[in-house]
Ligand binder design. Structure first.
Ligand code: NAD
Length: 350
């Protein structure tokens, strides 16, 4: 199954996202695989049996979001120079979203840009991060604040790699799947309500549908000037939850699950979403082993945190809310008192 990306609106770029068993890949050029010890330990041997190249090198970087930095990118660049890569060489990102974002960014920088390919190995990276060409790193001012829109030459999604993924990481990926369904496709949401994602065929179908939806969004708006921002549903609230808990309590997808529950409560308050619809989303998240409860200790503090988010343009907060199941609405000007009233539903006294 192949999903095409066609960025004809902004530039003439097309590439394929293949969702299937990893094919044999032969490259008539130097290739560097970027991975981490966790993924390498589990899957590098398999990957190496699938890849042929003029020269093949593996660069291993430490595992973890805290290493998603310019320093690590510089280390990868140094390895590329050590291996004397040229402008025709290729990088392969082999790992989750952290590896994908950093490898893509490195590829955009090396000699002003060389090709790269994504082979994502987490559910989150298969359904979301590997699709659409956002690359980058974190710094002390926030997450993903340094980076580039830089598209891969191809993405190979093999669900087989997910068999070794820890359950919590798997669930974090499901949060992004639910996000796509609630924002864009009611029938997909209904499919997910009955879906057993431990079944390989069902999982593959869910990945396919999510990738198709994300590709459809990216094809319309590569640089997030409009509809791509809808993918931030749950993230405005989720980022505050992550920040308040020092990025240690929740995985990103878990915080997004809580964020979606909060966004839904706001949508209910504004009559955009029914209580029943909000309950269905919460039920699906809970059935997917995702957290849906969070106690806001100080509503004013929580509200102020919204303004630290890079997506809060011109000091107004952009809320992405469901507008009925499978539809969305972006609102910039929700009255502070209404937002705080909804936040207080999650307050300590509840
Ligand atoms: N570029 C985008 O559009 C986009 C979208 C969403 C998220 N992201 C980024 O993605 C990152 C999160 O990605 P993630 O959730 O994949 O996290 P991750 O890359 O940190 O992977 C999570 C953990 O799973 C391990 N792992 C990876 N594959 C495995 C496998 N097959 N079996 C066992 N363990 C495996 C990793 O080593 C890591 O410890 C964040 O940095 C986020 O900013 C980017």
């Amino acid at each position: 199954m192949i999903v095409p990306i066609e960025l004809s609106q902004t530039q003439n770029i097309t590439y394929d996202i293949t969702i299937d068993s990893l094919p044999k890949l032969a490259f008539d050029r130097k290739v560097v695989i970027v991975t981490n010890p966790t993924v390498a330990g589990l899957h590098l041997k398999t990957l190496l049996t699938h890849i042929k190249a003029t020269q093949l090198h593996v660069v291993t970087i430490p595992d973890g979001e805290k290493y998603k930095t310019l320093e690590t990118v510089e280390n990868i660049l140094n390895e590329c120079f050590e291996h004397k890569l040229d402008r025709k060489s290729l990088l392969i990102a082999f790992g989750g979203g952290v590896i994908g974002d950093m490898t893509g960014f490195t590829a955009s920088l090396y000699q002003r840009g060389i090709d790269f390919v994504q082979i994502p190995t987490t559910l989150l990276s298969q359904v979301d991060a590997s699709v659409g060409g956002k690359t980058g790193v974190n710094n002390k001012y926030g997450k993903n604040l340094i980076g580039a829109f830089y598209q891969p030459k191809a993405v190979y999604i093999d669900p087989e790699f997910l068999k070794t993924l820890p359950a919590r990481e798997f669930a974090a990926g499901v949060a992004e799947i639910v996000k796509m369904a609630v924002m864009f496709d009611k029938s997909y949401f209904e499919f997910l309500q009955d879906a057993d994602l431990s079944n390989e065929e069902v999982l593959k179908e869910a990945i396919r549908k999510s990738v198709e939806l994300k590709a459809w969004v990216v094809n319309q708006d590569e640089k997030e000037a409009g509809i791509r921002a809808v993918l931030n549903y749950g993230h405005t609230f989720g980022h505050v939850v992550e920040n308040e808990t020092n990025y240690t309590t929740y995985l990103h997808g878990e915080a997004v699950a809580i964020g979606m529950v909060m966004a839904n409560a706001l949508a209910v308050e504004l009559d955009l979403f029914t209580q029943e619809e909000a309950r269905k989303v919460k039920d699906l998240l809970e059935r997917s082993s995702l957290p849906t409860e969070y106690v806001i200790k100080d509503v004013d503090d929580f509200y102020e945190h919204f303004f630290l988010d890079k997506k809060s343009a011109n000091n107004s907060i952009k809320f992405i809310l469901p507008n009925g199941m499978g539809k969305h609405k972006m609102l910039n000007d929700i009255d502070e008192n209404i937002v705080k009233k909804v936040l207080s539903q999650f307050g300590e006294q509840q």
